[in-house]
Design a protein around this ligand. Sequence first.
Ligand SMILES: [Zn+2]
Length: 350
Amino acid sequence: MSGLALLLVVGAAGLFFGLPRRLIAAVLALIWLAIVLLHLTSPQAGAMFGGSLRGWLFGGVLAVLVVAYRVGLGWLRRNAIAGQEPPQQAADTGLTDPELDRYARHLVLREIGGPGQMKLRQAKVLVVGAGGLGAPVCLYLAAAGVGRITVSDGDTVSVSNLQRQVIFQTRQRGEMKADAAAANMADLNPHVEITPVTRALTDTDLPLIAGHDLVLDGTDSFATRDLVNRLCVEAEVPLLSGSIAQWEGQVTLYDPARGAPCLACIFPEPPAPGLAPACAEAGVVGPLPGVIGSMMALEAIKHLTGAGQGLAGRLLLFDGLYGETRMIGISRRANCPVCGSALEATPKAT
Ligand SMILES: [Zn+2]
């Protein structure tokens, strides 16, 4: 067999068996060296592999040049990619090294980046209800690095919650939902500050609402939703609201202080008894709160970072049974009992 054929067979076999490229190159270099040495020491033995000493030396130099060219090209390419990274991802983001590592997938998003991640870290968000919708909201907001999250819920974890409230573990049944959720959020991300509030909100909670940049409500009682809406309107804090029943859900951002309607503009009256039964009576498919709660978390991140177009003035409807989404425009009502102009015209008693 000629030396050239030997090199080709060895190289092809190495590639076929998936051996490391460096190993194949080292074996080929050894064979080449042996042939050159044979040519030098015993020209008759060297002639068995064909070619001349000059030919083999020329071939070796050519191979070294090709390898050097490829290595150099790879080095230039890596340096060019490193040079393209936006400067905001460097040390001037104000984020620590562990945070840069944790939020790397946010930092490369043009709409979030270092400045957006800092906005998330500085944000104060209140999540009302750690139930079906609250579970994904709490998990995703904690994971995303929303700096301060308050979770309020007056209920305890029951086994029938676990079919959809994925923030809880079976061993946590009987614990206060706010405490159990806070513990699991802290486990997920130690960089965020979680404050559990182990009771339902009341009409004296205006200071609590006013201390936050954004409120997310995923409770399933009209009385609570109405109360949270009133407090948010009064405190001028935007309210991201989600609701679910059986296979359907909806999400919107209520924010009358900035032109969007409030809950009472759209649903001025409580539903007739029996018309909108709670999940316990009507049932709810397990992943549905995951879909709607994740949308709420997504809209919260958009709202806090200023990315994209939010849901102010738009109500997103999702029908899980048919896999359809629909968007309808919603607007403020001048005679809304909560945010209407009649109310604004009346000076508040002091
Ligand atoms: Zn209103």
